[in-house]
Design a protein around this ligand. Sequence first.
Ligand SMILES: Cc1cc2nc3c(=O)[nH]c(=O)nc-3n(C[C@H](O)[C@H](O)[C@H](O)COP(=O)(O)OP(=O)(O)OC[C@H]3O[C@@H](n4cnc5c(N)ncnc54)[C@H](O)[C@@H]3O)c2cc1C
Length: 470
Amino acid sequence: MHNDFIQELSNLIGTKNVLLDIDSQKKYVSDWFGRATGVALAVARPANTEEVASIVKLSAKYQVSIVPQGGNTGLVGGGLPNSSGKELVLSLERINKIRSLDPLGKTISVDAGVILENLHNYAHAHGLEFPLTMGSQGSATVGGLLSTNAGGTAVLRYGNAREQCLGLEVITAEGEIWNGMRSLRKDNTGYDLRDIFIGAEGTLGIITGAVLRLIPSPKARLSALLSLDSPSLAIQLLEFVQTKANSQLTAFELISNTCLSLVDQYFPQFPYPFSSKTPYCVLIEISDNESEEHAYELMNTMLEQAFEKEFITDAIIPQSLAQSKRFWEIREHIPLAQVEDGKNIKHDISLPISKIPHFIEQASLIILKQFPNARIIDFGHLGDGNLHYNVAAPSGESADVFMKNKGKMNELVHDLVDQMGGSISAEHGIGANKAHELIKYKNPIELELMRKIKKSLDPKGIFNPEKILV
Ligand SMILES: Cc1cc2nc3c(=O)[nH]c(=O)nc-3n(C[C@H](O)[C@H](O)[C@H](O)COP(=O)(O)OP(=O)(O)OC[C@H]3O[C@@H](n4cnc5c(N)ncnc54)[C@H](O)[C@@H]3O)c2cc1C
């Protein structure tokens, strides 16, 4: 049966776009860290929306499950096949054209396989910006960003991927093409189907196109790196700069000493930025629509007052745009330094912002009681209440042995998050990795409604089975 399926698939999209051997499949079946791996029946690389629709029809006929994949930078196993060798990975990477840009309406219409960085560059060349920004932007695609409702560093000001999307084109489980490529800001004509597919992690349909909002490019973007003694002071600083800079505040990232030290250790080109160790630092960014001078003026005044109020102990204000960019490179090298350092147990959590200092204090007490000397690597988009709270083996101990504690560690961290009214997935999604935990933490009525939606949109269960819902 599988041979017939592969034969028909090759007839549809050409033999060279159906990858069958293990070597050519490699990058599609292992995750960004090169750790989680699955086994695919084949990897299909269609060239356009119509080909995706035909593949879905064919898969429905043969009952072959489809795992949609964009840049494969997702961190929860959502875009990977399971180990059965029976699932088809459907890569959107060749469907990557910018369809049109409307400078007056400030919208852009794109294929789902467009890479975020290419979208940034295209919009920028037209004096506009697409505000979603993150460390994976060189590979992450529009389809993946929407399917995970991705966040990133500018959510504080512009919102998640969902807020950037006006319209979608989706292939349904019947292989139909739903053309919802509308660029309307207002459209109250019944159930919002677009929002159902956003954040669905490829379990309800395959996104092949999107209409996205753009914003005018600011005249200046200025960052500063500020050292401070505790997360509690970081929260007070956040409230202060939000009042002072208002909507000009576009990012507010918390970074712990452990993160700065790891980047320094593995990437000496980014040495520890402060003259002495600091428990925490904050990377802030303001965007200014007047001028660079105006941005500097606001930043300087704000930071002078932050010193007076004793929120911060040191501040590095860049002398140039290049230095500003370097701060972001330090931030982006935190995940890379963790890869160099070895495996760790990751948590992508969100909490009511005011509860973050208490969470950090409590979580470290609970963890260190059970796992003395474990290294806590915490950083995140503090302005959105989103922490990446990762735990690594004590220095000198085996990471592989430590990873055996993953289940227990997840339980300790996620129970505390749950008690404090938080979420076990802030921005990476549920994928395969957190599907079992979702049952524990999600309200049963919500879970049941989600199951009904899945059953009604994908009755044969061919889209990304065992992801989100198990
Ligand atoms: C270094 C690094 C930094 C990161 N930083 C952030 C961050 O700041 N914020 C954040 O939110 N995430 C972050 N991520 C996670 C990741 O980049 C995002 O989840 C991104 O949205 C995934 O896009 P992708 O194209 O790589 O999707 P993939 O990994 O290919 O897929 C992700 C999920 O979407 C589904 N999917 C993909 N394309 C489609 C489609 N066209 N139609 C339907 N379903 C589809 C897949 O089946 C899978 O379930 C980071 C990852 C890395 C490696």
